[in-house]
Ligand binder design. Structure first.
Ligand SMILES: CC(C)(COP(=O)(O)OP(=O)(O)OC[C@H]1O[C@@H](n2cnc3c(N)ncnc32)[C@H](O)[C@@H]1OP(=O)(O)O)[C@@H](O)C(=O)NCCC(=O)NCCS
Length: 165
């Protein structure tokens, strides 16, 4: 399979909105919650563009079809990978790895100190993927109380505390 990674262009908008929709579908699936992202989750990509611009966005293109998207949010001497998504039927072909490599190499060139990525704990497959790509330090852990009736999964151990996730 021959795909290329290149900078995001305005003409990629609709395909990237679709990828954002797919990213939301994935979160709906892992949380078994169809309300995540609201009625038009793809609109979040427009909000992302309005907030962070297009300078640090790259797409993976296979035969002129946009099949993956990666972005960097850069603040002072830190960068965060957000978003990272490969269209489902293109998983397992090395596209995610190429997109992460692109983001890592750009972050290195910017001379930031840290490059982070913040998958939800439930996103186990992606955590395994990211671990393989070199993200092997743990930074912040977000703890929260849920006032809704959502049933969280049992249970992951951290330092002897059993957290639901
Ligand atoms: C995570 C994701 C980007 C990976 O993309 P991909 O194109 O399928 O991954 P690749 O084919 O490049 O895989 C690269 C390596 O990671 C490994 N890998 C991929 N998925 C894996 C998994 N579920 N478990 C363990 N390893 C995995 C591959 O085996 C491969 O290893 P290798 O380099 O030894 O061959 C893709 O699955 C995705 O879009 N997931 C949903 C969106 C998401 O969760 N985004 C992150 C939000 S923070």
């Amino acid at each position: 399979m021959s795909f290329v990674v290149r900078k995001y262009r305005d003409a990629d908008l609709e395909e990237c909105r679709f990828l954002w929709h797919e990213l939301t579908e994935w979160h709906r699936e892992i949380y078994q919650d169809s309300t995540i992202g609201g009625e038009h989750p793809e609109d979040y990509f427009d909000k992302y563009l309005a907030r962070f611009g297009r300078e640090h966005l790259w797409v993976a293109v296979d035969d002129s079809k946009v099949v993956g998207l990666v972005g960097l949010i850069v603040e002072e001497n830190e960068a965060e990978i957000e978003p990272i998504i490969v269209s489902r039927s293109y998983h397992g072909k090395g596209i995610g790895r190429k997109l992460v490599e692109q983001a890592v190499s750009e972050a290195r060139q910017m001379k930031v100190r840290f490059l982070s990525v913040r998958p939800v704990v439930r996103n186990i497959q992606t955590i395994r993927f990211l671990y393989k790509q070199g993200f092997q330090n743990l930074g912040h852990v977000e703890l929260f109380i849920d006032f809704s009736k959502y049933v969280w999964r049992q249970e992951v151990d951290l330092f002897g505390c059993g957290f639901k996730f």
